[in-house]
Design a protein around this ligand. Structure first.
Ligand code: FAD
Ligand code: NAP
Length: 557
């Protein structure tokens, strides 16, 4: 299958996180020649990069796993209910060994662009070092949260201390692949950002920092993680009914092990619902978010009662009530953005070395050589940690120059609004599949489970094409318009669409991304899987599959 002018692969996969690894494994098993590329030095994606102290999953570890292989399920034992980054990375390395995928990935290699060549019905993939490879199927597994985003504060480069984004936490000089430790003893540290990442970092850094200044723009609703060890007997019990546990997750909207309660929060007495909220708040995991009365997602009144309950918990836990009020979100209800899970976060603000700086009240004006200048004060610092999040869902794709049929880049095609079919393909970009990306059913989800379904579906589609003599898949405009409209319709039924967050693509640090866009599929995992199954059963309805004559000559397939 090798082309005379350049290196040919049947499929190229960008990204060696949990999604890309599995995709490479399955396509190779299906008999395709496959090459993967990752900017990272090894497998792991999210868990390779994010090495900040406190980094851990908020999904129960035992369902944040590959479910396709009994061997993988049985041979791995998690040590904690919510595994830390080093343990997740060890797991992904273990899975990479089992799938033997490393040999087909090229690491430390960023893909800078890809161009569709109509004559050859092929993609030319451009690599950072100037090399190029050619492929029939281009598959991005670049991650929903992999394009780390720094804010553009004046003077940032002039800061004389240490500063870094959480995604690029300084590596352990010993080269260890374990999570990095960070000793901030006696140091004056700033953390900018109070999303899930900031909350985890702040809780850890507060333990050793001389002074910790938290620069908060928008508070989030945080709930206790309830982490603890998973002892051998518990893990054995989980393994004894693993199939049932994973099957249950497939029936829940988010593939987490929580089913929403099929009644309104307003149909029960305050006493009854508060008792439920109390129990869920004190139970490990996302129960109070994902296993609550179903209308807490859609009705402002129902959402209001759970928000008030969580606010009362913040008031109880934070001693200074002025600080407590600053930590209670006022512009969005509970669960309308991703809920950070915490392990003692609110108590941190009872420590004398921790100071909350409300930058809505006193905005950051610039970074100076010495630290951070707000409209009210100059903070002298040794370290600035940017926990400012990601250009989520579309950022990793935008950062490559992906040119489709007409020469238009994907970034240009999506300038007004991303449009896709099933979140998996884009009109004008034939044979290009986007995994765990905008508008697909894997990004608002327990991603470990949902991405597997997607990878299997794409593999089946490519296999179907190979078996039926097709080599070209292009969307019909109607399919794309219909899906994009459906994403918008579903989002409008929830409160998520009314709040700025990465779910709706708002990122104030990225030009052109200040407006809300319909980026996540909120119809639930079971519905998404049913739609995908129906599309496949109908011969991949919506995808126009054909065989191109040019490609027969050019790619000799
Ligand atoms: P990633 O793991 O992000 O991997 C993408 C890979 O693509 C990266 O290695 C990156 O280097 C590479 N890449 C991107 N662009 C290029 C390019 N141009 N060239 C070459 N390589 C490129 N989800 C959950 O469901 N549960 C959790 O508990 C959870 N916790 C999280 C904690 C943190 C700190 C973060 C940031 C995210 C978390 N997520 C969680 C979401 C997480 O991203 C997914 O669960 C999952 O890791 C995504 O896997 P992936 O393989 O699709 O993408
Ligand atoms: P995030 O949720 O987008 O939070 C970014 C934070 O930085 C927000 O508080 C934001 O404030 C702030 N910020 C951004 N730009 C700023 C600026 N210019 N000035 C001041 N503040 C600024 O990002 P994240 O915390 O990295 O989390 C992203 C996602 O990763 C999570 O939602 C979750 O899905 C995943 N994650 C999961 C875990 C876990 O527990 N498993 C841990 C970490 C991350 P505004 O809100 O005002 O914009």
């Amino acid at each position: 299958m090798k082309n005379s002018n350049d290196t040919w692969y049947d499929a190229v996969i960008i990204g060696a996180g949990l999604t890309g690894m599995y995709q490479l494994y399955l396509l190779r098993k299906a008999g395709l020649s496959v090459r993967g590329f990752d900017a990272a030095g090894d497998v792991g994606g999210t868990w390779y990069w994010n090495r900040y102290p406190g980094c851990r999953v908020d999904t129960e570890s035992y369902v944040y796993c590959y479910g396709f292989s009994d061997e993988l399920l049985n041979e791995w034992s998690w040590s904690e209910r919510f595994a830390s980054q080093p343990e997740v990375l060890r797991y992904l390395n273990f899975a990479a060994d089992k799938m033997d995928v490393r040999r087909d990935f090229q690491f430390n290699t960023r893909v800078t662009g890809a161009r569709y060549d109509e004559m050859r019905n092929a993609w030319t993939v451009e690599l950072e070092d100037g090399d190029r490879v050619t492929t029939r199927y281009l598959i991005s597994a670049t991650g929903p949260l992999s394009a780390a985003q720094m804010p553009a504060y004046d003077g940032a480069a002039s800061f004389r201390g240490e500063s870094f984004h959480s995604y690029y936490w300084p590596r352990d000089p010993s080269g260890s692949t374990a999570g990095e430790t960070a000793d901030f003893t006696g140091k004056r540290v700033a953390v900018i950002g109070t999303g899930a990442t900031g909350v985890q970092i702040i809780t850890e850094v507060a333990k050793s920092a001389g002074e910790l200044f938290v620069f908060q723009r928008t508070p989030n609703w945080c709930i206790p993680l309830g982490n603890g060890p998973l002892v051998a007997a518990e893990m054995d019990e989980i393994k004894s009914r693993y199939g049932d546990i994973l099957d249950f997750c497939k029936t829940t909207p988010t593939s987490f092990p929580y089913m929403p309660i099929n009644m309104s929060a307003l149909d029960v007495s305050k006493m009854e619902r508060d008792a439920l909220f109390e129990r869920l708040y004190n139970t490990p995991g996302y129960g109070i978010w994902l296993g609550n009365y179903k209308d807490t997602w859609s009705s402002k009144a129902a959402n209001g009662v759970v928000s008030e309950f969580v606010a009362s918990k913040i008031r109880e836990r934070v001693k200074d009530q002025i600080v407590a009020e600053k930590l209670i979100p006022k512009n969005h209800g509970f669960g309308t953005r991703r809920v950070p899970m915490e392990s003692g976060y609110y108590e941190v603000y009872n420590q004398s070395n921790v100071h909350l700086v409300d930058i809505k009240e006193t905005p950051i004006e610039r970074i100076t050589q010495e630290g951070i200048a707000t409209s009210a004060h100059r903070y002298e610092l040794d370290v600035i940690i940017y926990a400012t999040g990601f250009d989520a869902l579309t950022g990793a794709l935008d950062r490559m120059e992906i040119r489709g049929r007409s020469g238009l880049t994907l970034k240009e095609a999506w300038a007004a609004d991303p449009q896709t079919y099933l979140g998996l393909q884009i009109a004008g970009f034939p044979n290009f599949f986007t995994l765990v990306a905008a508008q697909n059913g894997a990004s608002f989800c327990n991603i470990a489970m949902c991405s597997q379904m997607q990878v299997e579906w794409v593999t089946d589609m490519i296999r179907h094409m190979q078996q039926n003599g097709f080599n070209h898949s292009e969307l019909s405009a109607a399919a794309q318009d219909g899906w994009t409209a459906e994403i918008k319709r579903l989002l409008a039924k929830t409160l998520l669409g009314e709040v700025d967050s990465w779910f709706v693509g708002v990122n104030t640090n990225v030009a052109g991304k200040s407006e809300r866009r319909a980026l996540v599929y909120t119809g639930g995992g079971p519905a998404y899987r049913a739609i995908c199954a129906e599309v496949a059963a109908g011969g991949y309805e919506g995808f126009q599959l054909k065989r191109t004559a040019q490609s027969k000559a050019a790619a000799k397939d």
